[in-house]
Ligand binder design. Structure first.
Ligand code: NI
Length: 225
């Protein structure tokens, strides 16, 4: 499931992120990929050891905690500390699949079920730079307003088009979900969304109770903790 999550960061927060990132030291983005990725990746990132990366990453996590749509769709068990990248001057990231298992610190690991991009520039500020995601229904080209995020299955082949004017900055991170399978996660998300809508519409209490029970019993069956 490819899902747009609007306004994870508000306008003021984006401006503050941008101010701090504009003054940052960037390093070669190939620092964090394997051999295959390094052949097609041409961008810069905040270093893994950068205090700014750690600090802004915490702010992204705090913003996600205030975003119910993210939780309903991702059902996160673990989130990799967010990273930050910047594409300009023709920089791009060719087709690749994200690594399946990632390290968090020295001892902990995360299985990447969901890939997330949080946009920090509006699409009008750059040319190119769309995130192209290839799935069983074809290719999707994604560019969202600053502060918005997209999430998509980490199993998808994807790329970032060359940025030929301006600069495109983003935060990116991965989620290990309580529910590993994308179609099961989607079913739960659709059920959850329907229950919320029926609640707002004042549907029959007994029916809502039963549907809520179905949701939790499916989550119990499908989740791994
Ligand atoms: Ni990727």
């Amino acid at each position: 499931m490819l899902l747009h999550i609007p306004q994870v960061l508000n306008t003021q927060e984006v401006a503050e992120f941008r101010r701090r990132l504009d003054a940052a030291d960037w390093t070669d983005g190939r620092e964090t990929v394997g051999h295959q990725g390094a052949k097609v990746k041409r961008n810069v990132q905040l270093s893994e050891t950068s205090p700014l990366k750690v600090e802004l990453g915490r702010e992204v996590l705090a913003a996600l905690r205030r975003t119910p749509l993210f939780f309903a769709a991702a059902l996160p068990r673990k989130i990799l500390p967010p990273r930050f990248n910047r594409y300009s001057g023709g920089g791009e990231y060719g087709f690749h699949i994200d690594g399946a298992v990632m390290s968090i610190g020295a001892e902990e690991h995360l299985r990447s079920d969901i890939s997330c991009t949080l946009f920090l520039n509006d699409p009008a500020e750059y040319d190119g730079g769309r995130l192209i995601i290839s799935d069983t229904y074809g290719e999707h080209a994604v560019a969202k307003p600053a502060g918005d995020a997209v999430i998509y299955p980490s199993s998808s082949l994807h790329r970032v088009e060359p940025v030929t004017r301006g600069a495109r900055m983003a935060s990116f991170f991965w989620v290990q979900s309580l529910v590993r399978d994308d179609s099961q996660r989607r079913t739960l998300f659709e059920l959850d969304t329907s229950i919320q809508k029926l609640t707002i519409d004042g549907a029959d209490e007994d029916v809502l109770l039963q549907l809520t029970g179905v949701y939790h019993n499916l989550l119990r069956r499908w989740s791994e903790t």
